[in-house]
Design a binder for this molecule. Structure first.
Ligand SMILES: NC(=O)c1ccc[n+]([C@@H]2O[C@H](COP(=O)([O-])OP(=O)(O)OC[C@H]3O[C@@H](n4cnc5c(N)ncnc54)[C@H](O)[C@@H]3O)[C@@H](O)[C@H]2O)c1
Length: 466
């Protein structure tokens, strides 16, 4: 064995861990040490495709364009052959990037289904209230589907889509991108390998960060639960999904407290106006000043379809702040989404989980604590520390030192393989598993509104525990 081989060997790593109290490792080293998969994203069932999977994009906004971008980076695997969007700027942008024929650019999703099937699959990235009808139409027409979360705004519609997908045996992937983040993949590996024994309980926090909250859930597209979907679905179904995935047991009961405490009329400061651009007396001191966020800091501008010329930006942004919800006072909106909530969950295995979603925080990045029979884990999306109860040794994995991000495209890669091979088991996030996270979120929202403990009704859904 060469010196180099010895240094990267498990024996050597074990000796370091033995010598030092706390060891921080890259994932490859961590995996080597504990006999886990070195590449948590590698799937030996993936094949080289003979030709790219052809895809129709419904909705070419923020999410749709990210998914379509996979085709540019991986032309051998995916080709976008048609697009539908009511926004002509976005439609034209995608048309140009993907060199789509005029005949295959549509100004409404419904127009796609006036022709018989002309591609392998459809990506549905339209707003929440436009998921059910396009998805049912796509399944009727024989397409495989990648559906943005939430599956649908109501429990009945989610169940309908689920049943239809089952009946026609199409591939339906749901975009729970957290399952494709290196952090949660790593945690899943560690738990499945039993490194902390049996999971006993989980504490999980989703810090939304206050500007993100104001942008999306006070001023933005998801500000009203009746027009979009309850925040438990819109934001936290990622978390119910991840918790369920880590626990590896069906959900039984949930209970939720939560309300909208701060972004309400009663908290509007004296001197505040309807819009930040109306000469608001407290604009300079307000942490939610739209002039500060969008005009001075130039943050979160993707919602505005910015002009190409940067010299036109300031007047363009100002106009948007005077005419769209993004310039309105956060205390004078028609919003109803809770800005803090807690959900308690009980799983069939007896495991419990406590989840909290917090808007009033200065940071993002989920926080996780997992309590096991032989050890525990504390993590924050960038690293986790695992402690062994017997030896008191701590081993940590630092994500910062590994390749970062890329969950969206990893999800697309698995979905493309599933479609090409007609095998939904290639997907971590198929509707068969993701339906449960939605049912948990609906039950939690019902509990919040009715002040009850709710059973998660899985009766007509035969779950594949994964
Ligand atoms: N997986 C995630 O982490 C994640 C993150 C953000 C958003 N989402 C979800 O993705 C979906 C899209 O969100 P987004 O942020 O991209 O929104 P977006 O507004 O940027 O994009 C939606 C697009 O749909 C288009 N559209 C509206 N009506 C249409 C119609 N009748 N026919 C065709 N196109 C139409 C809009 O013009 C827009 O371009 C939503 O359901 C959202 O909840 C998921």
């Amino acid at each position: 064995m060469s010196l180099r081989q010895f240094i990267s060997s498990r024996k050597f790593l074990r000796s370091i861990v033995h010598l030092k109290e706390n060891v921080s490792l890259r994932w490859k080293e961590f995996a080597e040490l504990f006999g886990l998969h070195e590449d948590v994203f590698e799937d030996p069932r993936h094949i080289k495709l003979k030709e790219p999977v052809t895809v129709i994009l419904l909705g070419s906004g923020n999410r749709g364009s990210i998914y379509a971008d996979y085709a540019i980076k991986n032309p051998d695997e995916m080709k976008v052959v048609a697009v539908a969007d009511i926004n002509i700027n976005r439609l034209n942008k995608i048309k140009k990037i993907h060199k789509i024929d005029d005949a295959h650019c549509y100004s409404n999703w419904e127009d796609i289904f006036k022709s018989s099937k002309f591609a392998d699959a459809i990506i549905i990235a339209t707003p929440d209230h436009l998921h059910t009808q396009p998805c049912l139409a796509a399944l009727d027409a024989g397409y495989d589907v990648l559906l943005e979360k939430p599956i649908a705004p109501t429990e009945e519609e989610c169940r309908l889509i689920f049943r239809k997908a089952r009946a026609c045996e199409s591939i339906v992937g749901v975009c729970h991108v957290l399952r494709y983040s290196p952090y949660f993949r790593g945690l899943k590996e560690v738990l499945d390998a039993g490194l902390i024994g049996n999971v006993i309980s989980i504490q999980h926090m989703e810090p939304i960060e206050q500007i993100h909250m104001s942008h999306s859930y006070v001023r933005g597209k998801w500000k009203n639960s009746k027009i979009a979907t309850p925040i438990l679905l819109a934001k936290s179904s990622h978390d119910t999904d991840i918790i369920r995935w880590l626990v590896n047991s069906p959900a039984k009961d949930v209970h939720c407290f939560g309300n909208l405490k701060w972004f309400t009329n009663i908290n509007a400061p004296e001197g505040s106006t309807e819009r930040c651009t109306d000469g608001c007396k407290v604009e300079q001191s307000c942490p939610y000043s739209a002039l500060q966020i969008y005009l001075r800091d130039k943050k979160r501008l993707y919602v505005f379809d910015m002009p190409d010329k940067k010299s036109e930006w300031d007047s363009f942004i100002l106009e948007k702040l005077k005419t769209t919800d993004y310039g309105r006072c956060v205390y004078k909106m028609d919003n109803d989404q809770p800005d803090h909530l807690t959900v308690n969950m009980l799983f069939e295995s007896g495991v419990t989980a406590a989840f909290s979603m917090e808007a009033h925080v200065s940071y993002e990045g989920r926080r996780t604590r997992i309590m096991g029979s032989k050890g525990d884990i504390v993590g924050n999306m960038e690293s986790f520390i695992m402690t062994d109860f017997k030896t008191r040794k701590q081993t940590s994995w630092e994500l910062k030192t590994d390749a970062h991000g890329g969950g969206d495209h990893r999800l697309i890669r698995d979905w493309i393989q599933a479609v090409a091979q007609k095998d939904k088991t290639l997907l971590s996030s198929s509707i068969d598993v993701s339906i449960e996270s939605h049912l948990m979120a609906f039950a939690a929202e019902k509990s919040r509104l009715d002040r009850t403990i709710e059973e998660v009704r899985l009766t007509d859904i035969q779950l594949s525990v994964k």
